[in-house]
Design a protein around this ligand. Structure first.
Ligand code: ZN
Length: 109
């Protein structure tokens, strides 16, 4: 037996078409041109030379290292300031970026 809340929810028509996930395509991931610039690559190379190719969060070595903006560019962080850049492995970079995106999205609401 349905509760009153379930009965009410069943009656609501969102007006939105259902998304057919079998044909929906995820847009291809794109890289911001900034991260491909000579200026950024030079700054990152300099930071790696000074600090070593080590994840500054978990200490992992022998893997790809990302230059992560501590105060993200989308939030107004300094682009080329080494003090705003932390070297992270892929796992730590994904984790940090995901949390930053979630925080940013939460501010919208
Ligand atoms: Zn790490």
């Amino acid at each position: 037996m349905a509760t009153r809340k379930q009965a009410v929810l069943r009656c609501i028509n969102s007006g939105l078409a259902a998304l057919d996930t079998s044909i929906a395509r995820v847009p291809p991931k794109t890289t911001d041109a900034f991260y491909l610039s000579k200026e950024w690559r030079a700054v990152l190379a300099s930071i790696i030379k000074q600090r070593g190719r080590v994840c500054q969060r978990c200490g992992r070595t022998g893997c790809r290292i990302f230059g992560d903006h501590i105060h993200e560019l989308k939030d107004g962080g300094a682009r080329f300031d080494p003090k705003n850049v932390m070297l992270l492995c892929g796992s730590c970079h994904t984790s940090k970026t995901t949390h930053a995106k979630a925080r940013r999205a939460a501010k919208v609401w």
